[in-house]
Design a protein around this ligand. Structure first.
Ligand code: NAG
Ligand code: NAG
Ligand code: NAG
Ligand code: NAG
Ligand code: NAG
Ligand code: NAG
Length: 352
């Protein structure tokens, strides 16, 4: 009796899975030397982005899922280092945290995909291959055009995101899909914010969420700045502002909508911002970024004040201030707020 009572009362502590980050030789400046395998992911060096154009690029995607059971897709955008394997792995580890803490979140229902915006140094060094879409070292994050291959011109990194969103929104492939999250931390957060601003709407946009975490700078909505500097040229030009210099992806659309139209569309989207309350780094020290505030966190606080001054936080916007976290991708993703917005939040768009 006593013995069996003792047995059942011992809590069974299952270790929580956490996969180590793959190591890759090379560097962001000199190029990465390989496109590594990642636990739980399938590495696709040549994922088709546009069949007609023959456009393809490397991505990681959760392996072994039954597409009919997938209800949620999370498209993870890497940071400025272009280590897409690290960001994919961080999101996958955050999903382990999520399922450990909340049994309603199911690994079998969530597909994580991370595209790799490699550059010509990565081609030289070995991670990228001839024929794949390649980008400038920093221009991928603001929707600018590809730099290779020669057979494909004027292909925006936002065209890539459009193709990945369309892929998941295809109900023949994913009949039970409810939400697609385009998510990024740091430079990835910059990309998701600017994509949210410039993406050309489709009928499924109410199912689309944007997770914007700790961006080094933002696409500011108003033409004034919290830390004005008249000597700073182009502080309101794209990618810092909406006055001019849009990437080709958006020029025609921006002409039709104008600044007000772009802002209205942007604020009508499901935007989930997140800032680490200890993210006191400056990230981008150019004067255009400094007019937004001197650190990631201050820029975030100033951006939120701007939204309040413009008429209040938009209905479909959420803002998470994440305690104790610095500029750390995995900790932002694994935080309560990160887990919620990446893997659980359904939004409250009434059309959904
Ligand atoms: C990844 O795994 C595949 C299949 O097991 C193998 O052929 C390939 O060489 C591996 N790639 C790397 C970079 O280790
Ligand atoms: C995939 O899931 C669907 C729906 O649950 C099920 O009917 C189907 O048999 C599954 N396919 C495979 C290959 O397991
Ligand atoms: C949706 O996916 C199916 C199956 O892969 C494919 O045949 C079809 O062309 C896709 N539809 C669109 C609009 O891309
Ligand atoms: C949207 O959802 C959040 C969280 O569920 C809730 O706090 C907020 O009030 C909702 N906003 C509107 C406008 O319904
Ligand atoms: C936001 O939500 C409030 C309360 O639900 C509603 O009255 C208002 O019209 C909404 N605003 C917009 C811009 O949808
Ligand atoms: C996530 O899980 C790992 C592995 O168990 C753990 O070390 C980490 O503290 C967890 N993170 C959070 C925010 O709970």
């Amino acid at each position: 009796m006593l013995f069996s009572f003792f047995l059942v009362s011992i809590p069974i502590v299952l270790a929580q899975q956490h996969n180590a980050e793959p190591t890759v030789d090379g560097s962001c400046d000199d190029g990465w030397q390989s496109f590594p395998n990642v636990t739980d992911a399938t590495a696709y060096p040549n994922w088709i982005i546009d069949e007609e154009l023959g456009a393809y690029m490397p991505v990681y995607q959760t392996t072994g899922l039954n597409a009919s059971e997938v209800t949620r897709a999370v498209i993870i955008l890497h940071g400025k280092e272009r280590t897409c394997w690290t960001d994919w792995n961080a999101a996958n580890n955050a999903l382990y945290n999520a399922t450990y803490d909340d049994s309603t979140i199911e690994r079998d229902e969530i597909s994580i995909l991370s595209p790799c915006f490699f550059d010509e140094d990565d081609l030289e060094a070995g991670a990228a291959q001839d024929g794949q879409l390649l980008w400038g070292k920093r221009t991928w994050m603001s929707g600018h055009r590809n730099v290779a291959p020669d057979s494909i011109s004027d292909f925006s990194s936002f065209d890539v995101l459009d193709a990945l969103v369309d892929y998941y929104m295809n109900t023949t492939l994913y009949p039970n899909l409810k939400v697609v999250v385009v998510a990024g931390h740091s430079a990835g957060g910059q990309m998701s914010q600017r994509y949210a601003a410039l993406r050309i709407s489709t009928e499924n946009d109410d199912q689309l969420h944007f997770w914007i975490a700790n961006p080094a700078s933002l696409l500011w909505l108003t033409s004034d700045r919290p830390v004005p500097n008249d000597d700073c040229k182009g502080f309101d030009r794209y990618k810092y502002g909406l006055a001019s210099k849009y990437p080709a992806y958006a020029t025609a659309n921006a002409r039709v909508l104008g600044r007000e139209g772009i802002i209205e569309r942007y604020n009508g989207r499901t935007l989930n911002y997140a800032w680490g309350l200890k993210d006191n780094g400056d990230g981008d020290t150019r004067c255009q970024a400094m007019t937004q505030g001197s650190t990631h966190l201050k820029r975030g606080k100033n951006f939120v004040s701007m939204l309040e001054d413009m008429g209040g936080i938009p209905n479909l916007t959420t803002i998470d201030w994440v305690p104790k976290v610095r500029h750390d991708t995995e900790k932002m993703m694994a935080s309560d707020a990160g887990v919620d917005k990446l893997f659980r939040y359904m939004g409250n768009s009434t059309d959904a």
